[in-house]
Write a protein that binds this ligand. Structure first.
Ligand code: ATP
Ligand code: MG
Length: 326
């Protein structure tokens, strides 16, 4: 059996290039390598932790599936499903809750950041990393393609696997992250913060038109220096744009800086906007085709749920047996 890959994405708004470079692009590469059994899901239970309108949720879920398909995930090669269709995720999360201390969760940076940004600190938001551990361990996944912002949560999933194995016998492998070179795409308006669906101001969306992309990159916060350079710590704005250019051109930041030696910020931003528009155009064209057929999208996730459910049921039965439930 091939090693299992699992990753999820929240239907909490429109996808941006951080989601694409941090998770989706690598997920497509892993799928194409043919070396893994790839499971990708829409994390709808996770998305309930943030304020939302019920009447918009199903369109958001459908939108994410469409985006994943448009970006290159292929239901013939990867399994696509919706988290809440597999009840075992929440079941296993409950059991993992009893193995996780409050202190472990209180240390989570994302929780602290989201609360600092004004999100309501509901118990679900606090407990999010435990559900994420269940999402991964339910399938005994080996690798998890995620952005750098998820590193700490992934570490918790490894801790939970270790704790469980120690207490109840070897059950879960410790999952490893698969990170991109870009690691963390930063907000265009505040390059000290990561680009986030829930902070629309600094997002470059996968759905943005070339005009919008040129406007947004043109207005991206940089610094008062003149030369294109790469120094994420001291020059986060321009370094973020260099990173974005590097990822979309499959090059290194150093090569990008060299390529634009002597160019003004304006020239570099123009070239970056063109490159991003060109890449996103392909995804947008595919998306407009795919979204015409909602029935087909439902069929894909229906089939996806059918194929992962037996695995989820088997793991939960094993866990219940090992922890002593009848
Ligand atoms: P939210 O603001 O609702 O948390 P988000 O933009 O952080 O939304 P998620 O659905 O939480 O998106 O994350 C989906 C995937 O995208 C995860 O693997 C995450 O690590 C990755 N990701 C999110 N933002 C970035 C970013 N700015 N750079 C790189 N990867 C990212
Ligand atoms: Mg997030």
């Amino acid at each position: 059996m091939k090693p299992i890959i699992v990753s999820g994405i929240k239907p909490s708004g429109v996808l941006h290039i951080g989601n694409y470079l941090g998770m989706i692009k690598q997920s497509v590469d892993l799928q194409e390598s043919g070396k893994y059994s790839c499971l990708y899901f829409v994390a709808d239970y996770h998305s309930l932790t943030t304020g939302y309108k019920p009447e918009e949720k199903s369109a958001e879920v459908m939108g994410i599936i469409t985006d994943l398909l448009a970006a290159g995930l292929d239901p013939k090669k990867s399994i696509l499903f919706v988290q809440s269709h597999i009840l075992e995720h929440a079941n296993l999360a409950w059991i993992f809750n009893t193995l996780t201390s409050m202190g472990q969760l209180e240390r989570m940076v994302e929780y602290k950041e989201k609360v600092a940004e004004g999100q309501v600190p509901n118990a679900g938001l606090f407990d999010y990393p435990v559900l994420m551990a269940a999402d991964i361990l339910l399938y005994k996944a080996r690798k998890v393609p995620v952005g750098e912002d998820q590193r700490q949560h992934l570490e918790l999933a490894r801790d939970i696997a270790r704790t469980f194995n120690k207490k109840f016998g070897e059950t879960f492998p410790e999952p490893e992250g698969v990170f991109t070179k870009a690691l963390r795409v930063m907000s265009l308006s505040d390059p000290k913060k990561k680009m986030s669906k829930t902070m629309p101001a600094g997002c470059l969306y996968l759905t943005d038109s070339p005009k919008k992309i040129a406007e947004k990159i043109g207005a991206a916060v940089t610094d008062s220096q003149k030369e294109v350079g790469y120094d994420p710590k001291n020059r986060p704005g321009i370094s973020n744009l260099v990173n974005i250019y590097a990822e979309f051109s499959d090059d290194t930041p150093a090569a990008v800086v060299k390529k634009f030696q002597g160019a003004s910020y304006k020239e570099f931003k123009g070239a970056a906007a063109e490159l991003v528009s060109e890449k996103l155009r392909e995804i947008q064209e595919r998306k407009s085709e795919i979204e015409k057929n909602k029935k087909e999208i439902m069929r894909i996730v229906g089939e996806g749920a059918e194929s992962v459910r037996p695995v989820a049921q088997k793991t939960l039965a094993e866990v219940k047996n090992k922890i002593g439930l009848v």
